[in-house]
Design a protein around this ligand. Structure first.
Ligand SMILES: [Zn+2]
Length: 346
């Protein structure tokens, strides 16, 4: 049965998120927890962690909540609390439902509704988390709405979504929204350090993760991404002569299926050069670039990087034309070579 996944985050970790902080401190202390919360925020901003922490505080029987040592906290830590349940697409509660569907079936919500009106097994709160709440079917949403209209006592529903606009307005209006915002770079970096991500990789990821701890950690662990980035660095930024272009493009002969990723990474790499050139990122961001590019990011005309960004965008579009993949790549490599040949390294 899907359980609320334990979180390593603590109340203090949400100090910079005003709505979440208010919920976890003021409202919990005052006992004014709404029966329905809508936790919103982009992917990787901590919606599940916040729900898990809120559930733990509600269910904890210790003094300073969550104490981490009472039976309820221990049950939460292993995902075994009888009064805490999560539903999510693809993991239906009823064995009669097909697994792996992308929706939350009405049978899930009916089970939650039945549990909600029962007395809690431990005599306190019952907590239900609906992950990716936008995946509820119309029937599911309507079944939930009935319960939210006449909420049982000591029940807290938490709906999680990065697309609140995809929910029924009548559901949204019955929930208190707790919006999570992108995290400051320092906090994302600390989370990555705690996971053992090397500092240099962290520095590369921060400008791309846009405040999403989840996205940053996913990127950090994606070895295929780093291997491709290293290869593109060697070829697009490391090439020194025009005559190398055919051999380089030959290395990507089989990579057409990966073309979106290739262009995404190249765009990021050029964006970093531009950011450093404009003084909006530290030069250390470019440690992995060949010296001539680092020098250009310090003193060349910034328009060179804008031209490269345009070239990548145009090349992306060329895939729809009849031009072959290798010719497309060769034109882009040529563009890199043209810009580079205007700089000298001394
Ligand atoms: Zn406890």
């Amino acid at each position: 049965m899907p359980t609320i996944q334990p979180t390593r985050l603590r109340t203090e970790d949400f100090r910079t998120q005003s709505a979440a902080w208010q919920l976890l401190t003021r409202d919990m202390d005052a006992g004014t927890v709404p029966h329905a919360l809508l936790i919103t925020g982009n992917s990787g901003t901590g919606k599940r962690s916040l729900a898990s922490l809120t559930a733990q505080i509600l269910l904890c029987t210790g003094e300073k909540k969550p104490c981490g040592t009472c039976p309820a906290c221990l049950q939460m830590a292993t995902g075994n609390h009888p009064d805490a349940l999560a539903v999510r697409p693809g993991e239906p509660l009823s064995p009669k439902e097909d697994k792996g569907k992308k929706t939350i079936p009405v049978s899930d919500i009916r089970i939650l509704n039945e549990l909600a009106v029962r007395r809690a097994q431990e005599g306190g709160w019952r907590v239900f988390v609906i992950e990716q709440a936008e995946a509820m079917t119309d029937a599911s949403a309507n079944a939930l709405l009935k319960t939210l209209e006449e909420p049982p006592e000591n029940v807290c529903f938490m709906l999680l979504t990065d697309r609140p606009d995809a929910l029924l307005p009548t559901i949204v209006s019955r929930c208190r929204t707790v919006a999570l915002h992108p995290w400051a770079d320092g906090i994302v970096a600390a989370a990555m350090r705690a996971q053992g991500v090397p500092e240099q990789r962290t520095a590369q990821i921060l400008p791309l993760a846009m405040g999403s701890v989840g996205m940053a950690l996913t990127m950090a662990q994606d070895e295929g991404y780093w291997a491709l980035q290293e290869k593109l660095m060697r070829h697009f930024f490391g090439m020194e002569r025009r005559s190398q272009i055919p051999a380089i493009s030959d290395e990507y002969r089989e990579s057409r299926g990966d073309s979106d990723r290739i262009f995404d990474i190249l765009e990021d790499m050029v964006r970093k050069l531009l950011l450093v050139r404009l003084g909006r990122a530290p030069a250390g961001l470019l440690d992995a670039y060949p010296p001539i590019w680092r020098k250009a990011a310090a003193e060349a005309d910034y328009a060179a990087f804008v031209r490269l960004q345009d070239a990548i965008m145009r090349t992306r579009k060329m895939r729809e034309s009849a031009v072959t993949w290798q010719v497309i790549l060769e034109q882009l490599l040529l563009k890199f070579m043209e810009e580079r040949s205007q700089w000298s390294i001394s």
